[in-house]
Design a protein around this ligand. Structure first.
Ligand code: NAP
Length: 256
C-alpha cells in the first residue's frame, strides 16, 4: 500500500485505456494499492476489464477531460490508448497542460519489416485500399471504424476481421467477428481458408497481434502496413514496467 495519509501526497491515477497494456498497468498499480481509474471509450459492449475503478464514455473533448481530472483530483494521467486512437491522445496532451497534471504516454513500439519481407508501408486507409491490385484477396484487420475506406474496392475480395460486426458492409464481403489475441496456427488457417493474397493492418505494434505477420510471411502473403498517426509530443515509455515506475517517481504535486 503506497497511499499517504496526507491528501496533498495521495496519488489518484487516471489511465486512458482500451488496450492490453492499459489493463496490465491498472492491474499492477491496483495490486500495489494505488487508486486507479481506467477510462474506456465505451464502444465495445463487453470489454475486457482491469482491476480498479472503471469509467466509460467520452469526456467531451480536452476541456471535458481537464474538468474531469480537476473534479476527480487526478494527480497522474497515463495515456495507454491504442497508437491509432489519435483524438484522445491529443486531448490528453491538451488537458494535461490545462489542468497542470503530469502525463505519460505508454506506447508499444511499432512493427518493423523483417529483412526481405513483402511489406508496403502506406500513410492511411485510403492509400491502403488504393494499393490493392486487381484480383487481390485482402484480409482487413483494421477494426470496424475504418472499413468504409475499402467499400469501393470493386475488383477484389474482402475478408474483414472485427470484434463486433459492422451494421452494413458491401455484398460479397466476409466478416469474421472474433476478439484476439490469435495464435500462429489460427492466423495460418484463416489466411489459407480464404486464399488471402494481402494482409492489411494498422501498425499497432506489440506482441498480442503479431502472429498474423508471421503467418503472412510463411505463406507469402503481402503485408500492407498502415503507418501510425502523428501525435503531439508527450513524455513516452514503451513498456508497462516503465509506466509503473513513472508513477513511483513522479510526486503528486509535480506540475507540468
Ligand atoms: P479516438 O478516435 O482517439 O477518440 C475519439 C473519441 O472517443 C475521443 O475524442 C474521446 O471522446 C473518446 N475516447 C477515446 N478513447 C477514450 C477513452 N479511453 N476514455 C474515454 N473516452 C475515450 O479513439 P478510437 O480510435 O475511437 O479508440 C477508442 C478506444 O478504443 C480507445 O480507448 C482505444 O485505446 C481503443 N482501441 C482503439 C483501437 C484503434 O485502432 N483505434 C484499437 C484497439 C483499441 P471525447 O472527446 O468526448 O472525450
Amino acid at each position: 500500500m503506497t497511499q499517504s495519509n496526507d491528501p496533498a501526497k495521495t496519488k489518484r491515477i487516471l489511465i486512458l485505456g482500451g488496450t492490453a497494456e492499459a489493463r496490465a498497468l491498472a492491474n499492477a498499480l491496483t495490486a500495489r494499492g494505488e487508486d486507479v481509474t481506467t477510462s474506456l471509450a465505451g464502444r465495445t459492449s463487453s470489454p475486457a476489464l482491469p482491476k480498479g475503478k472503471i469509467r466509460s464514455g467520452g469526456f467531451g473533448g480536452a476541456d471535458g477531460l481537464a474538468r474531469y481530472m480537476r473534479d476527480a483530483a487526478i494527480t497522474h494521467m497515463i495515456d495507454a490508448t491504442h497508437p491509432f486512437a489519435a483524438r484522445i491522445s491529443a486531448n490528453a496532451v491538451a488537458a494535461a497542460q490545462a489542468a497542470r497534471i503530469p502525463l505519460l504516454r505508454l506506447e508499444r513500439p511499432a512493427w518493423t519489416a523483417p529483412e526481405g519481407a513483402d511489406w508496403i508501408a502506406v500513410p492511411d486507409m485510403a492509400a491502403a485500399a488504393a494499393s490493392l491490385p486487381e484480383g487481390a484477396r485482402a484480409f482487413l484487420t483494421i477494426g470496424r471504424q475504418d472499413l468504409a475506406a475499402f467499400h469501393d474496392v470493386r475488383d477484389g475480395t474482402i475478408v474483414a476481421r472485427v470484434i463486433e460486426p459492422p451494421e452494413a458492409v458491401p455484398s460479397g464481403w466476409t466478416i469474421i467477428a472474433e476478439r484476439g489475441p490469435f495464435t500462429l496456427a489460427n492466423e495460418r488457417a484463416v489466411l489459407k481458408a480464404h486464399a488471402i493474397t494481402h494482409l492489411v493492418t494498422k501498425n499497432s505494434g506489440g506482441p498480442h497481434m503479431a502472429a498474423k505477420l508471421d503467418a503472412a510471411r510463411e505463406l507469402g502473403v503481402a503485408v500492407v502496413m498502415i503507418a501510425r498517426p502523428v501525435l503531439p509530443d508527450a513524455e513516452t515509455v514503451a513498456t508497462v514496467e516503465a509506466a509503473f515506475d513513472w508513477v513511483s517517481t513522479v510526486s503528486p504535486s509535480r506540475v507540468v
